[in-house]
Design a binder for this molecule. Structure first.
Ligand code: ADP
Ligand code: MG
Length: 396
């Protein structure tokens, strides 16, 4: 990555304002932190800054409070969890801007860590408001962006603020851009994109862009139904994006033109309902019963994908192969996760659900890289420069 990083700048004794992505999943019932990976992923940057004598001021958003204070989206629990994993106190500010916060910052000593309150309690954050970015910038002397997961947003704390302070990328940002950049610029072939998840609509520009780079596109998940419908298959009660049928046909044509091997499932697990305990059966793609819906890829498809994936040197995986949240429908996702974990190839995982599936199976360490950015990784692979990355200065 050819951007200035924390290692290139002087931080000793300075107030360093760090944008992190602590937008962690919360348990629906208890509101507890369901998964603290995003907090842990920022530790290398936070520790480096602390160890080099910086005063570390962290800013993040959580959820979608839409410009208002939402009690359940306060960052206290996150500051507490960070304090546990960092093994030092983390002070919690009452807000992210203003005189009170400025006084707290002024009292900080080298090595101290302060967590600002949820940025999105102010509507100016998402609006990319200039005075708001300036008010944030007043808290620091240096800006470090380690929030890859938010880098596709031109928000005040992500890109606008970089106009007011010397700026640098944190280690997580650097790692994300390096790994995703490598598969886009310099993939060792054969290169396969294994794609699933619910919908095509989120992924069209990524699909278009990677057609120029990959040798295979393997499609599973709910989005397979839309591709098959576009090819005139009957898909029963499966989720079909009717407004994406033309797009699906166009993508199939594009793959043909670019000589990309686009593989659609030849069989599926179908069920009459989407819940645990539903009756399931395996059927060939041409024989999906009208009253059933696709919930997972079938065993022949797993074999066919596996056979080709074993030949690949680079694999990008985004989107689960089935409704993996329900154990009975998680077979395809699990089998392919296991396969990827055992390959020598460069394996890169993008997408929140996919990372969650791999994480739950304890296979994250067996992959070359698991991106912390859902939307950001897709946008990166669409070929667009992310606002949060673009705003950082290039290395001399
Ligand atoms: P990621 O977060 O990894 O990018 P997506 O957000 O695109 O993945 O999709 C994840 C969702 O797709 C999961 O909630 C999963 O249940 C759903 N999904 C996967 N296969 C199907 C299917 N056959 N029908 C409906 N939903 C599906
Ligand atoms: Mg998702």
């Amino acid at each position: 990555m050819n951007k200035v990083t924390v290692k290139d700048i002087e931080v000793k004794g300075k107030r360093v304002l760090v944008r992190v992505d602590f937008n962690v999943p919360l348990d629906e019932k208890t509101g507890d932190i369901a998964d603290d990976n995003r907090i842990r992923a920022a530790l290398p940057t936070i520790k480096y800054l602390k160890d080099h004598g910086a005063k570390v001021i962290l800013m993040s958003h959580l959820g979608r409070p839409k410009g208002k204070v939402v009690k359940n989206l306060r960052l206290n629990a996150i500051a507490e969890r960070l304090s546990q994993v960092l093994r030092q106190p983390v002070a919690m500010a009452p807000d992210c801007v203003g005189a009170g916060v400025e006084r707290m910052v002024a009292a900080m000593k080298a090595g101290d860590v302060l967590m600002l309150e949820n940025l999105r309690f102010h509507k100016e954050e998402e609006a990319g408001d200039l005075p708001f970015a300036q008010a944030l910038a007043r808290l620091g002397e240096v800006f470090v962006n380690d929030a890859f997961g938010a880098a596709h947003r031109a928000h005040a704390s992500v890109s606008v603020i970089a106009g007011f302070l010397p700026a640098a990328a944190g280690f997580l940002m650097e790692k994300e851009v390096a790994n995703l950049g490598k598969i886009m610029e310099n993939p060792v072939r054969p290169f396969a994109a294994l794609l699933g998840g619910a919908k095509i609509s989120d992924k069209v520009s990524m699909l278009e862009n990677i057609m120029d780079k990959v040798d295979y596109v393997m499609v599973g998940g709910g989005m397979a139904a839309t591709f098959l419908k576009a090819e005139s298959y009957e898909v029963g009660q499966s989720l079909v994006e009717t407004d994406m049928l033309d797009t699906a046909s166009r993508l199939i044509e594009l793959a043909r033109k670019k000589k990309v091997n686009l593989m659609l499932p030849m069989d599926f697990v179908v069920a009459d309902e989407v819940n645990s305990g539903a009756r399931t059966e395996n059927v060939p793609t041409a024989e999906i019963p009208g009253e059933k819906r696709i919930v997972d890829i079938g065993p022949q498809t797993i074999d066919a994908f596996s056979l080709e994936l074993r030949k690949c040197k680079t694999i990008f995986w985004n989107g689960p192969m089935g409704i993996f949240e329900i154990p009975e429908f998680a077979g395809g996702t699990k089998e392919l996760a296991k396969l990827l974990a055992g390959l020598e190839a460069m394996t890169v995982i993008g997408g929140g659900s996919t990372a969650e599936a791999v994480g739950e199976m304890g296979l994250a360490d067996k992959m070359t890289f698991v991106s912390t950015g859902g939307g950001a990784s897709l946008e990166f692979l669409s070929g667009d420069e992310l606002p949060g990355v673009a705003a950082l200065p290039d290395k001399e």
